[in-house]
Ligand binder design. Sequence first.
Ligand code: GLN
Length: 447
Amino acid sequence: QEYLSAINAANPALNAYVRLDPEATLAQARAADQRIAQGDAHPLAGVPFALKDIFCQQGWHSSCCSKTLDNFVAPYTATVVQNLLDCGMVALGRTNMDEFAMGSANETSFYGACKNPWHPQHTPGGSSGGSAAAVAARLAPAALGSDTGGSIRQPASHCGITGLKPTYGTVSRYGMVAYASSFDQAGPMAQTAEDCALLLNAMASSDPLDSTSLERGKEDYTRDLNRPLKGLKVGLPKEYFGEGLDAQVASALQNVINLLHQAGAQTIDVSLPQTELSIPAYYVLASAEASTNLSRYDGVRYGHRAARFADLEEMYSHSRAEGFGSEVKRRIMIGTYVLSHGYYDAYYVKAQKLRRMVADDFRNAFAQCDVILAPNAPTAAPLLGSSSDNPVQAYLSDIYTVSVNLAGLPALSLPAGQTNAGLPVGVQLVGTHFAEAALLGIAHQIQ
Ligand code: GLN
């Protein structure tokens, strides 16, 4: 009730939630109350959560903030959502996002942009902007996001909350609308690293319904929360600290470096030489996968179908022309181009080779250090409207986040201060595969 009335009051201006169903939410809350009264409840029972519009939830409109799926009611529930519901957690509603998770400012949403709760003229970041804004504005204690190329970490950073992108394969992708399947990974967003650890405990599972889900035993992600940081080696990649990094972001990083030193950690310089090439590699590969994944929206079985067409061909083309926004069309065109005969070797195969080189860069760096400290984005949250004016500039602002997805590594964004204008600034900790517990522990102790 408390959260629903807060949402009622703040959401019309913020636009963090795109769909609510108070009756369904309260019915879940009553069921959780009953389980708690019976004394056999999970510790998270009754805790409300918000979920990005990308996750299927049976009986709910699950639209991925696209006109194409505006009328789509999911016939089944994503495994990660089911895992939280099974604990007795209560779904508050569906949060705003860039259409099909393509964007960095939440501006490509069919339902309009979400605002940054700290500064309504600024973006909350994207694509999981609604989830980040909902948690920051205290309209949810926790939220689900997804990160294909930074979409959990960057909005968490811009909204002053904590977000974790787990190792690829940790959280099932079943029921999460596919953007670029070899990158997509769901993760928790909350105020603190401790909350993210508790959420990840509930979210992670091996899932026979997702062939890329990892077969690993249950882990306790809270296990290292208080593990001393003395002797920890933190790598600072020199390519991330140079030109293009805003001075106020650099000073937030310096604060974190000081805190790490105080806790007994040491910092060393490392190098990730392919950093600059990670942007073209990511945008070639993610667009290629997107063009394939989005071919399913043909207006035949579900999704938007044009009202007027002369033949089957026209039914496809009109439905897709009307259903997709311009950023999604741009990605489909890039992806189709790089996969086409004659360009496949020059772009797609080259980008795959670069992907391996980026992963090798991290492997070499982790031979010298335990974790890497980096910015999430070159600046604090930009003004609303700036990314739609200049899409290529928006792609370039993903420079510090996409390498992690190319390599499938875990990374966490934590709040680290604010700009003179009062906008939050976050920093990023990157670990080796399966280092989630260690990242959460470091963040917990310096937060
Ligand atoms: N800006 C990235 C993109 O548009 C972020 C995507 C994501 O992580 N979902 O591809």
